[in-house]
Write a protein that binds this ligand. Structure first.
Ligand SMILES: Nc1ncnc2c1ncn2[C@@H]1O[C@H](COP(=O)(O)OP(=O)(O)OP(=O)(O)O)[C@@H](O)[C@H]1O
Ligand SMILES: [Mg+2]
Length: 443
C-alpha cells in the first residue's frame, strides 16, 4: 500500500471536514449577515427613537427654560411689588404716626388691632399691646358717654363725634375730642377707628381769647374814663395844693392834705390804667441794670414803706449793659420792690440778685422777699389786670404792667411763692436787641 492509499481516508476526512467547515462557514456568514442586518435595523430604530426622544427632551427643555425665564420675571415682579407694598405700608404708617391725634383701630370685641405713636399721650401704660382690651389700655375712654358711642358705632349705628368731653388723665383734668368711624369688610362691620385729640390747651386759649376781648373792651372803657377823670382831677389837685399853701388853720390843713393824698391816689390809679390801656412804645438804649437797681433802691429805701426792711444786693459784676427802655425797666423794679415791701409790713429782708445766665445771651434778676407769700390759687392770677389782695390799697395793675413791659423786651417774668415763707420774682432779659437799639447811652 502506497502512501497515497494509506492517506486516502485522511484525505477524504479532510475533504469532509473542509465541506463541513465550508458549509458551517457559509452558514455563519449568512446568519451573521442576517443577524447584523437585524441588529443594524434595531440600532437604526433605537437611534431614531433616541433621536426623537432627544428632540422632545430638547423641546421640553426649551419650554422649561421659557417657563423658568417667565417664572424668574414674575418672581422679580413679585419682589418689586412686595417692596412697593412694604414702602407704601411704611409710608402710610409714617403718615398715621405723624398726625398729632391718637388713632386706634379696634375689632368688634373691642380689642386693639392697630394704634399710632401719638396714642401713648392718652395712656399711662408704657407699651400698648396689640389685641389688648381697649378700655384696659385706655382708661380715659371708660367714660360712660364715650363707651356708649363706641359701642353704637360697632353695632352699625354709624360714626360719631364728641366735640369736647372732660376726662381725667393721670390725675389731670383734660378735655378730649373723640371721633369714631366704622371699619367695613364687604358689607359687614368688623371694627372701628377712633380718633382722639387733647384740646385742653386749645380750650384754654379760647377762654383766654375771650378774656382778651373783654380786656380790650375794658381798655377802651378805661381810656375813656381815665381821660374824663384826669382833667377835672388835675383842677382839684391844683386847687387843693394852692389852698394848702395859703391855709393857716392846722386842722383844715390836715383835712385838705388827706383830700389831696386821696386825689393823688386817684391820679396814680389813672396813670396805671392809662399805662395798661395805652402803653407807650419802648425806647431802647444801652443801660446798666445793676446801676438802675441801685438807683431805684436808693430812691425807695427812704420811703416809710421800706423803713423796717433790710435790703441785700448781690449784683454780679459780670452783668453787661443791656438794650432796654430804662423807664419801663425802672417801673418794673419799682412795682416788684414795692410789692415785696408791702408783703413784709412787719419787717423782713429784700434780696436782689443779678447774674449773667451761663452760655445764654440773658441776664437774670431775682427779687426775693421774706413776706407773707402768695397762695397757690392767687399765684395763677397775679399777672391778671386788676387782680389785687390789697383791698382799697392796690389797683392790681402793677404786675400786669410789669409783665407787658418785660414782654416788650422779649424777656420773661415768673413768680414762685410759699405762703408765710416769702416770694421770689425771677426776670430774664436779653442782653442784645441790636435791631431795637438807639444812639443814646446811659452810663
Ligand atoms: N412779693 C409779693 N408778696 C406777696 N404777694 C404779692 C407779691 N407780689 C404780688 N403779690 C400779690 O399779687 C397781687 C397783684 O400784684 P400787683 O402788683 O399786680 O397789684 P397790687 O400790688 O395789688 O396793686 P398795685 O401794684 O397796682 O398797687 C397783689 O395784690 C398780691 O396779692
Ligand atoms: Mg403792686
Amino acid at each position: 500500500m502506497d502512501v497515497n492509499e494509506a492517506l486516502a481516508p485522511a484525505v477524504t476526512l479532510k475533504r469532509i471536514m473542509f465541506y463541513i467547515f465550508f458549509i458551517f462557514g457559509c452558514f455563519l456568514i449568512f446568519s451573521s449577515i442576517v443577524f447584523s442586518r437585524q441588529v443594524t435595523n434595531l440600532l437604526k430604530n433605537l437611534t431614531s427613537t433616541l433621536k426623537s426622544a432627544l428632540d422632545e427632551i430638547s423641546h421640553k427643555k426649551n419650554t422649561i427654560n421659557t417657563i423658568n425665564v417667565e417664572l424668574r420675571r414674575r418672581l422679580h415682579d413679585c419682589e418689586a411689588l412686595s417692596k412697593q407694598i412694604r414702602i407704601s405700608e411704611e409710608y402710610i404708617k409714617n403718615i398715621i404716626d405723624s398726625i398729632s391725634s391718637g388713632l386706634i383701630a379696634i375689632d368688634k370685641s373691642l380689642r386693639i388691632t392697630y394704634c399710632n405713636d401719638f396714642v401713648k399721650n392718652f395712656t399711662t401704660e408704657k407699651k400698648i399691646q396689640i389685641n389688648a382690651n381697649l378700655y384696659k389700655s385706655f382708661s380715659i375712654l371708660k367714660n360712660k358717654e364715650i363707651k356708649k358711642r363706641i359701642e353704637n358705632t360697632i353695632n352699625n349705628k354709624g360714626p360719631f363725634f364728641i366735640e369736647k368731653i372732660p376726662v381725667t388723665l393721670d390725675g389731670h383734668n383734660t378735655i378730649l375730642s373723640v371721633a369714631g368711624f366704622p371699619i367695613k369688610s364687604i358689607d359687614e362691620i368688623i371694627g372701628a377707628t377712633l380718633l382722639i385729640n387733647d384740646i385742653t390747651e386749645q380750650e384754654k386759649m379760647y377762654s383766654q381769647m375771650a378774656d382778651y376781648e373783654k380786656l380790650s373792651a375794658l381798655s377802651q372803657l378805661a381810656l375813656g374814663a381815665a381821660h374824663e377823670i384826669n382833667n377835672p382831677l388835675l383842677g382839684i389837685t391844683s386847687f387843693i395844693e394852692l389852698m394848702l399853701e395859703e391855709e393857716r388853720d392846722v386842722e383844715k390843713k390836715t383835712k385838705a392834705k388827706e383830700v389831696l393824698d386821696s386825689a393823688y391816689r386817684i391820679s396814680e390809679t389813672i396813670r396805671g390804667l392809662l399805662n395798661f390801656a395805652r402803653p407807650t412804645p419802648p425806647k431802647f438804649t444801652k443801660i446798666s441794670l445793676n446801676k438802675l437797681i441801685s438807683e431805684t433802691i436808693s430812691f425807695l429805701q427812704h420811703q416809710p414803706l421800706f423803713k423796717k426792711i433790710k435790703i441785700e444786693k448781690n449784683l454780679s459784676e459780670a452783668v453787661p449793659q443791656i438794650t432796654a427802655d430804662v423807664n419801663q425797666i425802672r417801673q418794673v423794679f419799682i412795682n416788684i420792690f414795692i410789692n415785696a415791701a408791702q408783703a413784709m409790713s412787719n419787717s423782713g429782708t429784700l434780696k436782689i440778685i443779678t447774674n449773667k445766665v451761663k452760655f445764654e445771651d440773658l441776664i437774670e434778676i431775682r427779687v426775693i422777699d421774706t413776706g407773707i407769700g402768695i397762695s397757690e390759687n392767687d399765684l395763677k392770677k397775679v399777672f391778671e389786670p386788676f387782680f389785687t389782695t390789697k383791698k382799697g390799697e392796690g389797683t392790681g395793675l402793677g404786675l400786669s404792667i410789669s409783665y407787658s413791659y418785660i414782654k416788650n423786651h422779649s424777656g420773661a417774668i415768673k413768680i414762685q411763692s410759699k405762703v408765710t415763707k416769702g416770694t421770689e420774682v425771677i426776670i430774664h432779659l436779653p442782653i442784645r436787641q441790636e435791631a431795637k437799639v438807639q444812639s443814646e447811652v446811659i452810663e
